[in-house]
Design a protein around this ligand. Structure first.
Ligand code: ADE
Length: 264
């Protein structure tokens, strides 16, 4: 009798630009179309993976997570892509690895406390600690030489020379935060939030329901302020895809070979 093949890990991004370089590195991929999305089954650094674009927003993220869990039986989901920096020290080109995630636009008060997912008694969903530590270590390795990663012109244009890695709260909502008034309000209401995006906390909630590990690593494309729209578009076009590949590639390369026990 043969042992069952190891379950794949899911690599998810919202937009094509955030995952294009990862998909280009999967030589043996096989496409399976479910719920209007292409799920790419294959290998990266010898690890079985399912790569998929969720599309943008919390509902899109939740549907994608449910399909990954029900149909592809993934052993973990890792979300990658870009986010807007909120905490003062979180700059464009830095990387945020989530330790916990919250939906900043969820508010059923006064019935339930603001941000709490009704009937779950939870507002913050913990990201998987071991995967988060692995992603932070991979980010430190991957970002040692930003010029090699994206070229001198992009490093100078975006100020990427000395990127920092942050770990902490990532907040998600169905809104691209593109005014200083909005990001000021988020900083006031959620002072420990490091960055804002539009999918992570929804996926974390679905993974919590299924008891499957979830992790998120985001490169900062903008400061969620009045200049966010322009900064985001340029960063996504010129930098995001290579950062995702470097981060995810370094993390997968450090995993034990498929079928080998994990180091303790
Ligand atoms: N993803 C990247 N930048 C963002 C922003 N400013 N708001 C929401 N999601 C984002």
């Amino acid at each position: 009798m043969h042992a069952a093949p190891p379950a794949p890990v899911a690599i998810v991004a919202a937009m094509h630009e955030e995952l294009a370089a990862v998909l280009a590195q999967m030589p043996d991929e096989q496409r399976v179309r479910v719920a209007g999305r292409d799920f790419w089954l294959g290998h990266l650094h010898g690890q079985p993976v399912v790569a998929v674009l969720s599309r943008i927003g919390k509902v899109a993220a939740a549907v994608t997570a449910a399909v990954l869990l029900e149909r592809f039986r993934v052993r973990a989901i890792v979300f990658t892509g870009v986010a807007g920096g909120l905490a003062p020290a979180v700059r464009v080109g830095d990387v945020v690895v989530a330790t916990e995630l919250l939906q900043h636009d969820l508010d059923a008060s006064p019935i339930f406390p603001k941000y709490e997912v009704p009937l779950m008694g939870l507002s913050r969903f913990a990201a998987d600690r071991a995967i988060g530590e692995g992603l932070a270590a991979a980010a430190a390795l991957a970002l040692r030489d930003p010029v090699a990663l994206v070229g001198r012109a992009a490093v100078d244009a975006f100020g990427l020379a000395s990127p920092r890695i942050h770990r902490g709260l990532l907040v998600s909502g169905d809104r691209f935060v593109a005014t200083s008034a909005e990001s000021d309000a988020l900083r006031r209401d959620l002072p420990d939030a490091l960055a804002v995006e539009m999918e992570g906390a929804a996926m974390a909630q679905v993974c919590h329901d299924y008891g499957v590990p979830f992790a998120a690593v985001r490169t900062i494309s903008d400061r969620a302020d009045d200049a966010a729209h322009g900064d985001f578009a340029r960063f996504v076009a010129e930098v995001a895809s290579r950062y995702s590949l470097a981060l995810i590639g370094a993390w997968l390369a450090a995993q034990p070979a498929a079928g080998e026990p994990a180091a303790t």
